[in-house]
Design a protein around this ligand. Structure first.
Ligand code: SF4
Length: 312
């Protein structure tokens, strides 16, 4: 028996696997698919060159091959998942690039195809907060009434100075507008945050978490910054290395950030997957199990839980 309402194990926070198992009654796996979208921060509509930390694949290093139809991408992954899990349920996940950046016909056709994939019980769509047209928002609203839909929005930081230096090409105010556009339509939003961005203090990272918490989002993803080979950030780091959090500092920060979150918000991630061969730093993030264990251990040592320091 857990002391925390949203866990039936020793977890001190509301994990995605707990939420999905409660909601769907069995194992649910997200399957990354590549819908061959592009990004307005690369083609000049919002900016050129993309965010400095973003790999050429549009932060979708584990997505499928965009030249292959999504049905084929899905069936490749499904074969492997069946071997591992029997036959789980699936949430097709459009992760790479900006998945609402295209005509409404393209968006609709692709998302409808994803929804009828075998055993699909929902849909996850990753996008920029400043790239959701009214038409797309209305369609997503309609979609969210008939399936479990989560729209993932990159916030990364509430500090515009940091965002500007990273060539994000949107402000915190833009994020809030995009968030509200979805939230007022009853659409579940997952907010992405990146920790250890250059120039940010621990206090600034906590301010970002606090601001995200105040929105009471459906979910958050907490990441450590990954410096990936070939990115503008890698070039900067190699010329002039800037400090990155140590594993111990990271575990303590994540516990602090989770304590600030409302208890019902799903913590979809506490660490990311970096493409091993291309990850320059910090290499300690490659041992994902260790990172997750250190967070669990820190919570156990503190005796605290998600929401302990949430103030509505
Ligand atoms: S908006 Fe997303 S996909 Fe586009 S460059 Fe930035 S991180 Fe990459």
């Amino acid at each position: 028996m857990s002391d925390f309402l949203f866990s039936d194990t020793n977890k001190h926070y509301h994990t995605q696997s707990y939420y999905l198992k409660k909601r769907f009654g069995r194992k649910v796996v997200k399957v990354s698919l590549n819908g061959n979208f592009t990004c307005p921060n690369r083609d000049g509509i919002k900016g050129y060159g993309g965010c400095k930390f973003c790999s050429g694949s549009g932060s979708g290093d584990f997505g499928g091959d965009p030249s292959v139809p999504i049905e084929e991408q899905f069936s490749e992954v499904r074969k492997k998942l069946i071997k591992k899990w029997g036959e789980p349920l699936y949430i097709p996940y459009f992760q790479a690039n900006t998945n609402t950046y295209g005509s409404i016909e393209k968006i609709r056709t692709l998302f409808e195809k994803a929804l009828v994939l075998p055993n699909a019980v929902g849909l996850a769509v990753s996008t920029r907060p400043d790239c959701i047209s009214d038409e797309a928002a209305d369609y997503l609203e309609e979609l969210s009434k008939r399936t479990y839909l989560v729209v993932e929005l990159g916030l990364q930081t509430i500090h515009d100075k940091t965002a500007e230096a990273l060539n994000r090409c949107h402000s915190y105010a833009d994020f809030l507008r995009g968030y509200e556009k979805l939230n007022c339509r009853g659409i579940n939003v997952c907010v992405h945050i990146i920790n250890s961005l250059p120039g940010e203090s621990r206090e600034m990272m906590l301010e970002t978490a606090k601001a995200a918490a105040s929105l009471r989002p459906h979910a958050v993803k907490l990441h450590m910054l990954h410096i990936i080979r070939g990115t503008a950030l890698a070039e900067k780091y190699e010329k002039e290395p800037f400090p990155l959090l140590s594993p111990e500092e990271y575990a303590a920060l994540i516990c602090d950030q989770i304590e600030l979150m409302p208890p019902e918000t799903i913590i979809e991630r506490v660490t990311g997957d970096g493409a091993k061969a291309d990850l320059i730093a910090p290499r300690w993030t490659l041992d994902k199990k260790r990172v997750m264990n250190s967070i669990d251990l820190e919570f156990a040592r503190r005796g605290t839980f998600q929401g302990d320091r949430f103030s509505p």
